[in-house]
Design a protein. Structure first.
Length: 334
């Protein structure tokens, strides 16, 4: 029994120490999910059919303000010009602009792609249930009374059939039905009011516009990477101090100073310790120097005898980051 207790305490301590390892914040550039949209950066967002939630305006606003390194990624062509041409040419649209219409209108207003949609009416479904509660039966609160309260659950939904048409090629770049739901609950003993269906639908439209715009745009992904804090070979007191101080400078975001100390540690250990090589790789990755990071991770990997999770993950991650950044830069340059 005691052995089991001690073992459990040791396991919890190990988990605590692992979870508290020092981490460094990363920012990686990811390509747009819909790659072809990079060829059509002059975009018109048409007025969507049945758009009581302003989805078209929300998408247009997201795309208009989207920037990469301070430069607008898209040029938005006025939807008023689109509607004017539709009326002048006596063209019919059901909300989803077909490729032939898009080609004709797009050439006249100078747009490369047209986003159109049919927006469904917001749906709402209520259900009821009872939940148990407990309260004191007397002033001393030495006995209790159990009772039920009635609760209402509401599910609000919003859908939109959306389409992106390439004007030059006259085909559909993207077509899908987007769905969003919001779940609410209100019990009889709660003072919190349940939002109206109209307000919920507006929030769903905002979230839908954000997610759809995200598919069209390159973006930064943020994540954390753990550093290695313990020597993997026998360090001298001086070498342990070098590692300790380097980690402290990393914590203070003084990466250049930390890099100098880690390089000194590489020399001091005769390039036999994978810890400084790995940490140098993490610093290079954080600064966006992926080629340097890959080289450092490779050194650490070659020195590693038994598998080290952080190094394994780094070796796999850096190749993916290099490929994604290359694709993203190609999208931006088009």
């Amino acid at each position: 029994m005691k052995y089991g207790l001690v073992f459990g305490m040791v396991s919890l301590l190990a988990l605590f120490l692992t979870s508290c390892s020092q981490k460094i914040q990363m920012r990686a550039l990811e390509p747009a999910q819909i790659d072809r949209i990079a060829d059509t950066k002059k975009i018109t967002v048409a007025n969507f059919k049945n758009d009581k939630v302003g989805l078209s305006s929300k998408i247009e606003a997201n795309l208009a303000k989207f920037e990469i390194d301070g430069i607008n990624y898209f040029t938005l062509i006025s939807r008023n010009d689109f509607d004017k041409i539709i009326k002048e040419q006596r063209l019919q649209t059901s909300g989803l602009v077909d490729p032939k219409t898009a080609t004709k209108v797009g050439q006249l207003i100078g747009t490369q792609a047209i986003i159109s949609a049919n927006v469904g009416s917001p749906t709402s479904q209520d259900s009821y249930s009872y939940e148990k509660r407990v309260r004191c039966a007397n002033k001393k609160c030495d006995t209790f009374t159990y009772y039920n309260v009635r609760c209402k659950k509401r599910v609000v939904g919003l859908s939109a059939e959306i389409r992106v048409v390439d004007v030059a090629k006259g085909d559909i770049v993207f077509a899908d039905t987007l769905l969003k739901e919001a779940h609410y609950k209100q019990c009889a003993d709660s003072y919190r009011s349940m939002p109206s269906v109209a307000l919920s639908a507006q929030k769903l439209a905002t979230a839908m516009a954000r997610e759809f715009s995200y598919k069209l745009t390159p973006h930064y992904r943020y994540f954390e990477v753990s550093l290695l804090e313990d020597p993997d070979i026998d360090y001298t007191d001086e070498e342990e101090k070098l590692l300790e101080v380097a980690l402290e400078y990393i914590k203070q975001q003084r990466y250049s100073k930390a890099e100098t100390l880690l390089l000194r540690l590489v020399d001091a250990t005769n390039s036999k310790s994978y810890v400084p090589f790995y940490n140098l790789g993490v610093l290079s990755e954080a600064k966006g120097k992926y080629s340097d990071a890959k080289e450092y991770y490779s050194y650490a990997d070659n020195l590693m005898i038994e598998p080290v999770q952080e190094i394994n993950e780094a070796v796999l991650r850096i190749d993916k980051l290099i490929a994604k950044r290359k694709k993203t830069r190609q999208q931006i340059a088009r």
